[in-house]
Design a protein around this ligand. Structure first.
Ligand code: AMP
Length: 220
C-alpha cells in the first residue's frame, strides 16, 4: 500500500508521516527531509538544490523522482510506505505511477485554511534528531531551546521565514493544486480535516489507512 499525504506546507503532513511510520510500521519517504539532509551534508545533490530550497521553490521533477525511486525499491518498503511531500506536481504523480504502479494507493489530503497554515509555519520549530515539531506560543518566541521529547536543541527551518512561507504557499496553489484536482477525481482520494491537535488528526488519518489496509487484505 502506498499512502500519499497531500496538503499545503504547515498542514501537518510531516508530523503525521512520522506517526504512521512509528505506529503502523509504514516507512516514510519525505523528499523534503532527504533534500535537507543533502544540503546539510553539502553533497553534490545538496549543493545543486540549496538555492532553490532556500527560496521555497520546487526542485526539478527528475531529481526528486530518482531519490524516491531509490527508496521505494528498498526491501523495507515491500509491504508499503508513506510519501510525505511527494508527489507535488502532476508530472511527479505520473512518475510514481510509472516507477511503482502496481501497488494499491490511498491519497489523504489534509485540509486547513491558509490563515491557519501561515500562522502555524511562523511558529514552527523542529527537532533535528527525533523530528518532533514544536509550536511556539507566539511568533518570534522560542518555546524552550530543547526538544520536549529528546532534549536536543531545537532549530527553525530556513524556509519557515514569513516571506519564504508566503512563496511556498503560492507555489503550492500554483503547482500542487492541479495535482490535488487530479487525485480528487480518483476513488482512492480522501479529504481529512487537519484542524485540532496532532492526535485528533492522527486518529482521522489512521482510521482511513487501517480501513484501506483491511479491505486490501480481504481482497487478497
Ligand atoms: P517540505 O519539507 O516538504 O516542505 O519541502 C521543503 C522543500 O524541499 C520544498 O520547498 C522544495 O524546495 C523541496 N522539495 C521537497 N519535496 C519536493 C518535491 N516533491 N518536488 C520538488 N521539490 C521538493
Amino acid at each position: 500500500m502506498r499512502v500519499i499525504l497531500l496538503g499545503a506546507p504547515g498542514s501537518g503532513k510531516g508530523t503525521q508521516a512520522v506517526l504512521l511510520e512509528r505506529r503502523l510500521g509504514l516507512p516514510k519517504i519525505s523528499t523534503g527531509d532527504i533534500l535537507r539532509a543533502a544540503v546539510q551534508a553539502a553533497t553534490p545533490l545538496g549543493l545543486k538544490v540549496k538555492d532553490r530550497m532556500a527560496r521555497g521553490e520546487l526542485v526539478e521533477d527528475a531529481l526528486v523522482a530518482a531519490l524516491v525511486e531509490e527508496r521505494v525499491r528498498r526491501p523495507e518498503c515491500d509491504a508499503g510506505y508513506v510519501l510525505d511531500g511527494y508527489p507535488r506536481t502532476l508530472a511527479q504523480a505520473r512518475d510514481i505511477e510509472r516507477m511503482d504502479g502496481e501497488r494499491s494507493e490511498i491519497v489523504l489530503e489534509i485540509a486547513l485554511p491558509d490563515e491557519v497554515l501561515l500562522e502555524r509555519l511562523s511558529r514552527r520549530w523542529v527537532c533535528p534528531r527525533c523530528e518532533a515539531v514544536t509550536t511556539q506560543s507566539r511568533p518570534g518566541e522560542i518555546p524552550s531551546n530543547l526538544c520536549p521529547a529528546c532534549k536536543t536543541p531545537l532549530a527553525q527551518r530556513e524556509d519557515d521565514t514569513p516571506e519564504v512561507v508566503r512563496e511556498r504557499l503560492r507555489i503550492y496553489q500554483d503547482q500542487t493544486r492541479p495535482l490535488r484536482d487530479y487525485y480528487a477525481g480518483k476513488k482512492t482520494h480522501r479529504l481529512v480535516d487537519g484542524s485540532g491537535g496532532v492526535e485528533d488528526v492522527y486518529h482521522r488519518i489512521a482510521a482511513v489507512v487501517k480501513a484501506a489496509l483491511a479491505s486490501r487484505a480481504t481482497r487478497q
